[in-house]
Design a protein around this ligand. Sequence first.
Ligand SMILES: *Cc1c(COP(=O)(O)O)cnc(C)c1O
Length: 421
Amino acid sequence: MHGPQWLERGMKHVWLPYTQMRTTLPPLPAVGTHGRTITLADGSELVDGIASWWTACHGYNHPHIRAAVSAQLECMPHVMFGGLVNEPALTLASRLAALLPGDLERVFFTDSGSVAVEVAMKMAIQYWLNRGRTGRTKLLAFRGGYHGDTMATMAICDPDEGMHSLYQGALPEHFIADLPVDADSTRALDDLLAQSGDSIAAIIVEPLVQGAGGMLFHSPDVLRTLRMLADRHGVLLVLDEIFTGFGRTGTMFACEQAGIVPDIITLSKALTAGTMALAATVARTHVFDAFLSDNPLHALMHGPTFMANAMACACANASLDLFEREDCLEQVARIGRQMRTELEPCRSLPHVVDVRVLGAIGVVELDHIRDMNALKAALVAQGVWVRPFRNIVYLTPAFNMTTTELGRLTAAIRTVLAQPV
Ligand SMILES: *Cc1c(COP(=O)(O)O)cnc(C)c1O
Protein backbone atom coordinates (compact mmCIF):
# COMPACT_ATOMS: atom_id res chain seq x y z
CA MET A 1 0.00 0.00 0.00
CA HIS A 2 1.23 3.50 -0.86
CA GLY A 3 0.76 5.46 2.31
CA PRO A 4 0.61 9.20 2.82
CA GLN A 5 3.86 11.16 2.60
CA TRP A 6 4.19 11.63 6.37
CA LEU A 7 4.27 7.86 6.78
CA GLU A 8 7.29 7.20 4.62
CA ARG A 9 9.16 10.24 5.89
CA GLY A 10 8.37 9.67 9.57
CA MET A 11 9.02 5.94 9.59
CA LYS A 12 12.70 6.71 9.03
CA HIS A 13 12.74 8.50 12.38
CA VAL A 14 10.24 6.94 14.72
CA TRP A 15 11.03 4.04 17.09
CA LEU A 16 8.09 1.76 17.79
CA PRO A 17 7.24 -0.07 21.05
CA TYR A 18 8.21 -3.72 21.46
CA THR A 19 8.96 -3.85 17.76
CA GLN A 20 11.79 -5.52 15.90
CA MET A 21 12.05 -2.70 13.39
CA ARG A 22 13.76 -4.86 10.79
CA THR A 23 11.24 -7.69 10.47
CA THR A 24 7.87 -6.57 11.78
CA LEU A 25 5.12 -5.56 9.38
CA PRO A 26 5.00 -1.82 8.78
CA PRO A 27 2.42 -0.15 11.06
CA LEU A 28 -0.90 0.97 9.61
CA PRO A 29 -1.46 4.72 9.24
CA ALA A 30 -4.52 5.65 11.34
CA VAL A 31 -6.20 8.92 10.44
CA GLY A 32 -9.48 8.81 12.34
CA THR A 33 -11.55 7.04 14.95
CA HIS A 34 -15.28 6.92 15.37
CA GLY A 35 -17.25 4.83 17.84
CA ARG A 36 -15.66 1.40 17.64
CA THR A 37 -13.86 1.83 14.34
CA ILE A 38 -10.45 3.05 13.22
CA THR A 39 -10.09 4.69 9.80
CA LEU A 40 -6.85 4.15 7.88
CA ALA A 41 -5.20 6.55 5.45
CA ASP A 42 -6.55 4.65 2.43
CA GLY A 43 -10.10 5.14 3.72
CA SER A 44 -10.61 1.57 4.90
CA GLU A 45 -12.14 0.96 8.32
CA LEU A 46 -11.29 -1.61 10.98
CA VAL A 47 -13.62 -2.71 13.78
CA ASP A 48 -11.50 -2.32 16.91
CA GLY A 49 -11.38 -5.38 19.17
CA ILE A 50 -8.70 -4.03 21.51
CA ALA A 51 -10.03 -0.53 22.33
CA SER A 52 -6.47 0.83 22.20
CA TRP A 53 -5.01 -1.42 24.89
CA TRP A 54 -8.41 -1.65 26.61
CA THR A 55 -8.60 2.06 27.39
CA ALA A 56 -11.42 3.29 25.11
CA CYS A 57 -14.20 1.68 27.13
CA HIS A 58 -16.95 3.99 25.77
CA GLY A 59 -15.68 3.87 22.19
CA TYR A 60 -13.74 6.63 20.45
CA ASN A 61 -14.72 10.32 20.19
CA HIS A 62 -17.65 9.97 22.56
CA PRO A 63 -19.55 13.28 22.29
CA HIS A 64 -19.80 13.71 26.07
CA ILE A 65 -16.07 13.24 26.58
CA ARG A 66 -15.24 15.44 23.59
CA ALA A 67 -17.38 18.24 24.98
CA ALA A 68 -15.70 17.98 28.38
CA VAL A 69 -12.19 18.16 26.89
CA SER A 70 -13.09 21.05 24.60
CA ALA A 71 -14.59 23.04 27.46
CA GLN A 72 -11.53 22.42 29.63
CA LEU A 73 -9.19 23.33 26.75
CA GLU A 74 -10.96 26.69 26.44
CA CYS A 75 -10.64 27.68 30.09
CA MET A 76 -7.45 26.01 31.38
CA PRO A 77 -5.63 23.09 29.70
CA HIS A 78 -3.05 22.65 32.45
CA VAL A 79 -1.60 24.29 35.52
CA MET A 80 1.11 22.87 37.75
CA PHE A 81 -0.15 20.83 40.70
CA GLY A 82 2.52 22.17 43.06
CA GLY A 83 0.86 24.84 45.20
CA LEU A 84 -2.11 25.06 42.81
CA VAL A 85 -5.07 22.76 42.46
CA ASN A 86 -7.76 22.58 39.79
CA GLU A 87 -11.45 21.74 39.90
CA PRO A 88 -11.45 18.70 37.56
CA ALA A 89 -8.68 17.02 39.58
CA LEU A 90 -10.30 17.62 42.95
CA THR A 91 -13.71 16.58 41.71
CA LEU A 92 -12.17 13.43 40.23
CA ALA A 93 -10.37 12.63 43.50
CA SER A 94 -13.66 12.88 45.42
CA ARG A 95 -15.48 10.77 42.86
CA LEU A 96 -12.82 8.04 42.85
CA ALA A 97 -12.84 7.94 46.65
CA ALA A 98 -16.62 7.55 46.60
CA LEU A 99 -16.50 4.79 43.97
CA LEU A 100 -13.69 2.73 45.47
CA PRO A 101 -14.47 0.26 48.25
CA GLY A 102 -13.58 0.84 51.91
CA ASP A 103 -11.50 3.82 52.93
CA LEU A 104 -9.43 4.11 49.74
CA GLU A 105 -9.71 7.87 50.15
CA ARG A 106 -6.44 9.54 49.08
CA VAL A 107 -5.67 9.98 45.40
CA PHE A 108 -2.19 10.71 44.02
CA PHE A 109 -2.30 11.56 40.29
CA THR A 110 0.38 10.64 37.75
CA ASP A 111 0.40 10.36 33.97
CA SER A 112 1.08 6.69 33.25
CA GLY A 113 0.34 3.31 34.70
CA SER A 114 3.99 2.41 35.27
CA VAL A 115 4.52 5.57 37.25
CA ALA A 116 1.34 4.95 39.27
CA VAL A 117 2.82 1.56 40.22
CA GLU A 118 6.17 3.15 41.08
CA VAL A 119 4.32 5.60 43.32
CA ALA A 120 2.54 2.68 45.00
CA MET A 121 5.94 1.03 45.58
CA LYS A 122 7.37 4.23 47.05
CA MET A 123 4.27 4.74 49.22
CA ALA A 124 4.56 1.21 50.59
CA ILE A 125 8.28 1.47 51.31
CA GLN A 126 8.02 4.94 52.83
CA TYR A 127 4.97 3.89 54.88
CA TRP A 128 7.24 1.58 56.90
CA LEU A 129 10.14 4.04 57.04
CA ASN A 130 7.86 6.80 58.35
CA ARG A 131 6.69 4.42 61.04
CA GLY A 132 10.29 3.74 62.08
CA ARG A 133 10.50 0.28 60.53
CA THR A 134 13.65 0.04 58.44
CA GLY A 135 14.57 -2.81 56.11
CA ARG A 136 11.19 -3.28 54.44
CA THR A 137 12.32 -2.42 50.94
CA LYS A 138 11.19 -5.45 48.92
CA LEU A 139 7.97 -6.14 47.08
CA LEU A 140 6.36 -9.54 46.73
CA ALA A 141 4.95 -10.00 43.22
CA PHE A 142 3.77 -12.95 41.13
CA ARG A 143 4.77 -15.04 38.17
CA GLY A 144 2.69 -14.07 35.15
CA GLY A 145 2.38 -10.51 36.44
CA TYR A 146 2.89 -7.28 34.53
CA HIS A 147 3.17 -3.90 36.24
CA GLY A 148 4.88 -1.66 33.70
CA ASP A 149 7.98 -0.98 31.64
CA THR A 150 10.03 1.38 33.80
CA MET A 151 13.10 0.12 35.66
CA ALA A 152 11.36 -0.22 39.03
CA THR A 153 8.24 -1.88 37.65
CA MET A 154 10.13 -4.29 35.38
CA ALA A 155 11.66 -5.69 38.55
CA ILE A 156 8.23 -6.86 39.75
CA CYS A 157 7.03 -8.28 36.42
CA ASP A 158 7.29 -11.98 35.63
CA PRO A 159 11.07 -12.51 35.51
CA ASP A 160 11.08 -15.17 32.79
CA GLU A 161 8.69 -13.95 30.12
CA GLY A 162 10.24 -12.49 27.01
CA MET A 163 9.59 -8.82 27.56
CA HIS A 164 12.07 -7.89 30.26
CA SER A 165 14.29 -10.88 31.08
CA LEU A 166 17.13 -9.17 29.23
CA TYR A 167 17.40 -6.43 31.85
CA GLN A 168 17.52 -8.73 34.84
CA GLY A 169 21.10 -7.91 35.86
CA ALA A 170 20.25 -4.21 35.99
CA LEU A 171 17.20 -4.52 38.22
CA PRO A 172 16.77 -4.59 41.99
CA GLU A 173 15.70 -7.98 43.31
CA HIS A 174 12.25 -8.52 44.74
CA PHE A 175 10.37 -11.67 45.67
CA ILE A 176 8.48 -13.31 42.81
CA ALA A 177 6.19 -16.16 43.87
CA ASP A 178 3.45 -18.36 42.47
CA LEU A 179 -0.10 -17.13 43.02
CA PRO A 180 -1.74 -18.94 45.95
CA VAL A 181 -4.19 -20.93 43.85
CA ASP A 182 -4.25 -24.12 45.97
CA ALA A 183 -3.17 -25.48 49.36
CA ASP A 184 0.47 -26.09 48.33
CA SER A 185 1.07 -22.68 46.78
CA THR A 186 -0.69 -20.99 49.71
CA ARG A 187 1.55 -22.81 52.19
CA ALA A 188 4.64 -21.87 50.17
CA LEU A 189 3.63 -18.21 50.18
CA ASP A 190 2.83 -18.32 53.89
CA ASP A 191 6.30 -19.79 54.55
CA LEU A 192 7.99 -17.19 52.38
CA LEU A 193 6.24 -14.39 54.29
CA ALA A 194 7.07 -15.98 57.65
CA GLN A 195 10.72 -16.13 56.66
CA SER A 196 11.18 -12.88 54.80
CA GLY A 197 8.19 -10.75 55.78
CA ASP A 198 10.44 -8.35 57.71
CA SER A 199 12.06 -7.27 54.46
CA ILE A 200 8.78 -6.95 52.52
CA ALA A 201 6.87 -3.66 52.27
CA ALA A 202 3.94 -4.95 50.24
CA ILE A 203 2.42 -7.69 48.15
CA ILE A 204 1.40 -6.50 44.68
CA VAL A 205 -0.92 -8.31 42.30
CA GLU A 206 -3.21 -7.71 39.34
CA PRO A 207 -6.58 -8.87 40.67
CA LEU A 208 -8.48 -11.59 38.74
CA VAL A 209 -6.64 -11.11 35.46
CA GLN A 210 -2.92 -10.94 34.76
CA GLY A 211 -3.29 -8.89 31.59
CA ALA A 212 -0.14 -8.24 29.58
CA GLY A 213 1.37 -11.41 31.08
CA GLY A 214 -1.01 -13.47 28.94
CA MET A 215 -4.60 -12.73 30.03
CA LEU A 216 -4.39 -15.35 32.78
CA PHE A 217 -7.42 -15.58 35.08
CA HIS A 218 -7.55 -16.56 38.75
CA SER A 219 -10.42 -16.86 41.18
CA PRO A 220 -11.50 -14.25 43.75
CA ASP A 221 -10.37 -16.77 46.43
CA VAL A 222 -6.77 -15.97 45.50
CA LEU A 223 -7.36 -12.34 46.46
CA ARG A 224 -9.01 -13.29 49.75
CA THR A 225 -5.99 -15.50 50.50
CA LEU A 226 -3.61 -12.64 49.71
CA ARG A 227 -5.54 -10.24 51.95
CA MET A 228 -5.45 -12.82 54.74
CA LEU A 229 -1.71 -13.49 54.34
CA ALA A 230 -0.89 -9.77 54.14
CA ASP A 231 -2.74 -9.23 57.42
CA ARG A 232 -1.23 -12.27 59.08
CA HIS A 233 2.32 -11.17 58.28
CA GLY A 234 1.77 -7.43 58.61
CA VAL A 235 2.60 -6.35 55.05
CA LEU A 236 0.59 -4.03 52.82
CA LEU A 237 -1.50 -5.28 49.88
CA VAL A 238 -1.35 -3.34 46.60
CA LEU A 239 -3.82 -4.17 43.83
CA ASP A 240 -2.79 -3.08 40.36
CA GLU A 241 -6.19 -2.47 38.72
CA ILE A 242 -4.73 -0.59 35.76
CA PHE A 243 -6.11 -3.27 33.43
CA THR A 244 -9.08 -4.51 35.45
CA GLY A 245 -10.43 -1.21 36.78
CA PHE A 246 -13.56 0.52 35.42
CA GLY A 247 -15.77 -2.41 34.61
CA ARG A 248 -13.54 -4.60 32.46
CA THR A 249 -14.03 -7.74 34.60
CA GLY A 250 -17.77 -7.22 35.16
CA THR A 251 -17.64 -5.13 38.34
CA MET A 252 -16.42 -1.55 38.57
CA PHE A 253 -13.24 -2.83 40.26
CA ALA A 254 -12.07 -6.44 40.25
CA CYS A 255 -11.45 -6.46 44.02
CA GLU A 256 -15.22 -6.10 44.58
CA GLN A 257 -15.67 -9.69 43.37
CA ALA A 258 -13.49 -10.88 46.26
CA GLY A 259 -15.02 -8.49 48.79
CA ILE A 260 -11.58 -7.27 49.85
CA VAL A 261 -10.07 -3.79 50.17
CA PRO A 262 -6.38 -3.35 49.30
CA ASP A 263 -4.21 -0.83 51.18
CA ILE A 264 -3.24 0.82 47.90
CA ILE A 265 -4.79 0.56 44.43
CA THR A 266 -3.42 1.72 41.07
CA LEU A 267 -5.65 2.93 38.21
CA SER A 268 -5.02 4.11 34.63
CA LYS A 269 -5.90 2.70 31.17
CA ALA A 270 -9.72 3.20 31.12
CA LEU A 271 -9.56 6.01 33.70
CA THR A 272 -9.96 8.66 30.97
CA ALA A 273 -11.78 6.22 28.66
CA GLY A 274 -8.70 6.23 26.47
CA THR A 275 -8.76 9.89 25.57
CA MET A 276 -5.77 11.23 27.51
CA ALA A 277 -2.91 9.96 29.63
CA LEU A 278 -3.72 9.84 33.34
CA ALA A 279 -3.13 7.48 36.23
CA ALA A 280 -3.85 7.44 39.94
CA THR A 281 -2.53 5.71 43.02
CA VAL A 282 -5.15 5.61 45.77
CA ALA A 283 -4.30 4.87 49.40
CA ARG A 284 -6.33 3.96 52.44
CA THR A 285 -6.52 6.35 55.35
CA HIS A 286 -4.04 4.43 57.51
CA VAL A 287 -1.45 4.58 54.70
CA PHE A 288 -1.94 8.32 54.22
CA ASP A 289 -1.82 8.92 57.98
CA ALA A 290 1.69 7.43 58.14
CA PHE A 291 2.87 10.40 56.06
CA LEU A 292 1.44 13.04 58.43
CA SER A 293 4.14 14.35 60.75
CA ASP A 294 6.18 17.42 61.66
CA ASN A 295 9.06 16.03 59.66
CA PRO A 296 9.10 17.42 56.09
CA LEU A 297 10.96 14.31 54.95
CA HIS A 298 7.94 12.21 55.86
CA ALA A 299 6.06 13.74 52.90
CA LEU A 300 5.56 11.54 49.84
CA MET A 301 8.57 12.39 47.69
CA HIS A 302 7.06 12.38 44.21
CA GLY A 303 5.57 14.91 41.77
CA PRO A 304 5.38 14.48 38.00
CA THR A 305 5.31 17.69 35.93
CA PHE A 306 1.97 16.92 34.29
CA MET A 307 0.25 15.30 37.25
CA ALA A 308 -3.47 16.03 37.61
CA ASN A 309 -3.59 17.55 34.13
CA ALA A 310 -6.90 19.40 34.01
CA MET A 311 -7.95 18.13 30.56
CA ALA A 312 -7.16 14.53 31.46
CA CYS A 313 -9.10 14.86 34.72
CA ALA A 314 -12.01 16.43 32.80
CA CYS A 315 -11.99 13.35 30.51
CA ALA A 316 -12.03 11.04 33.50
CA ASN A 317 -14.94 12.92 35.07
CA ALA A 318 -16.85 12.71 31.78
CA SER A 319 -16.16 8.98 31.60
CA LEU A 320 -17.49 8.54 35.14
CA ASP A 321 -20.62 10.49 34.10
CA LEU A 322 -21.16 7.84 31.41
CA PHE A 323 -20.73 5.06 33.97
CA GLU A 324 -23.47 6.77 36.00
CA ARG A 325 -25.80 7.42 33.07
CA GLU A 326 -25.47 4.20 31.12
CA ASP A 327 -25.57 0.69 32.47
CA CYS A 328 -22.00 -0.08 31.49
CA LEU A 329 -21.78 -3.19 33.66
CA GLU A 330 -24.82 -4.61 31.86
CA GLN A 331 -23.06 -3.81 28.56
CA VAL A 332 -20.03 -5.72 29.84
CA ALA A 333 -22.20 -8.70 30.77
CA ARG A 334 -23.84 -8.68 27.33
CA ILE A 335 -20.45 -8.57 25.58
CA GLY A 336 -19.23 -11.41 27.80
CA ARG A 337 -22.24 -13.58 26.90
CA GLN A 338 -21.81 -12.97 23.19
CA MET A 339 -18.06 -13.67 23.29
CA ARG A 340 -18.66 -16.86 25.27
CA THR A 341 -21.09 -18.12 22.62
CA GLU A 342 -19.15 -16.98 19.58
CA LEU A 343 -15.57 -17.77 20.68
CA GLU A 344 -16.42 -21.19 22.15
CA PRO A 345 -16.39 -22.88 18.68
CA CYS A 346 -12.69 -21.94 18.43
CA ARG A 347 -11.98 -24.83 20.80
CA SER A 348 -12.21 -27.28 17.93
CA LEU A 349 -9.78 -25.31 15.71
CA PRO A 350 -6.16 -26.39 15.19
CA HIS A 351 -3.66 -25.32 17.91
CA VAL A 352 -6.36 -23.89 20.21
CA VAL A 353 -5.78 -25.03 23.80
CA ASP A 354 -8.18 -22.78 25.71
CA VAL A 355 -11.04 -20.33 25.28
CA ARG A 356 -11.89 -18.15 28.28
CA VAL A 357 -14.07 -15.13 28.96
CA LEU A 358 -14.34 -12.88 31.99
CA GLY A 359 -16.33 -9.65 31.87
CA ALA A 360 -15.52 -7.99 28.55
CA ILE A 361 -12.28 -9.95 28.08
CA GLY A 362 -12.31 -12.82 25.58
CA VAL A 363 -9.24 -14.99 25.08
CA VAL A 364 -8.38 -17.73 22.60
CA GLU A 365 -5.13 -19.39 23.66
CA LEU A 366 -3.08 -21.41 21.16
CA ASP A 367 -0.24 -23.84 21.81
CA HIS A 368 1.88 -21.58 19.64
CA ILE A 369 1.57 -19.03 16.84
CA ARG A 370 3.96 -19.96 14.05
CA ASP A 371 3.80 -16.81 11.94
CA MET A 372 2.68 -13.80 13.94
CA ASN A 373 3.00 -11.40 11.01
CA ALA A 374 0.80 -13.59 8.81
CA LEU A 375 -1.81 -13.89 11.57
CA LYS A 376 -1.89 -10.13 12.13
CA ALA A 377 -2.20 -9.47 8.39
CA ALA A 378 -4.97 -12.04 8.02
CA LEU A 379 -6.97 -10.34 10.79
CA VAL A 380 -6.59 -6.91 9.17
CA ALA A 381 -7.68 -8.43 5.86
CA GLN A 382 -10.91 -9.42 7.63
CA GLY A 383 -11.51 -5.75 8.44
CA VAL A 384 -10.79 -6.01 12.18
CA TRP A 385 -8.15 -4.67 14.52
CA VAL A 386 -7.07 -7.53 16.76
CA ARG A 387 -3.52 -7.76 18.10
CA PRO A 388 -2.47 -11.26 19.06
CA PHE A 389 0.57 -11.48 21.32
CA ARG A 390 2.70 -14.41 22.42
CA ASN A 391 0.30 -17.35 22.04
CA ILE A 392 -3.04 -15.60 22.51
CA VAL A 393 -5.64 -13.87 20.40
CA TYR A 394 -7.85 -11.71 22.59
CA LEU A 395 -10.66 -9.17 22.55
CA THR A 396 -11.12 -6.27 24.97
CA PRO A 397 -13.75 -4.27 23.09
CA ALA A 398 -15.46 -1.02 24.04
CA PHE A 399 -18.43 -1.67 26.30
CA ASN A 400 -20.89 -0.02 23.90
CA MET A 401 -19.88 -2.18 20.96
CA THR A 402 -22.89 -3.35 18.95
CA THR A 403 -23.80 -7.01 18.58
CA THR A 404 -23.03 -6.72 14.86
CA GLU A 405 -19.58 -5.23 15.41
CA LEU A 406 -18.68 -7.85 17.99
CA GLY A 407 -20.01 -10.53 15.66
CA ARG A 408 -17.60 -9.33 12.97
CA LEU A 409 -14.70 -9.59 15.40
CA THR A 410 -15.48 -13.10 16.60
CA ALA A 411 -16.21 -14.29 13.05
CA ALA A 412 -12.87 -12.90 11.90
CA ILE A 413 -11.05 -14.77 14.67
CA ARG A 414 -12.86 -18.03 13.85
CA THR A 415 -12.14 -17.63 10.13
CA VAL A 416 -8.49 -16.78 10.54
CA LEU A 417 -7.74 -19.47 13.13
CA ALA A 418 -9.40 -22.08 10.91
CA GLN A 419 -6.66 -21.41 8.34
CA PRO A 420 -3.13 -22.63 9.00
CA VAL A 421 -1.30 -20.02 11.15
C1 LIG B 1 -0.71 -1.24 31.19
C2 LIG B 1 -0.41 -1.66 32.57
C3 LIG B 1 0.58 -1.04 33.35
C4 LIG B 1 1.48 0.04 32.78
O1 LIG B 1 0.80 1.17 32.36
P1 LIG B 1 1.51 2.20 31.34
O2 LIG B 1 0.55 3.33 31.24
O3 LIG B 1 1.69 1.45 30.06
O4 LIG B 1 2.80 2.60 31.96
C5 LIG B 1 0.75 -1.45 34.65
N1 LIG B 1 -0.01 -2.42 35.18
C6 LIG B 1 -0.97 -3.05 34.47
C7 LIG B 1 -1.79 -4.11 35.12
C8 LIG B 1 -1.20 -2.70 33.14
O5 LIG B 1 -2.14 -3.34 32.42
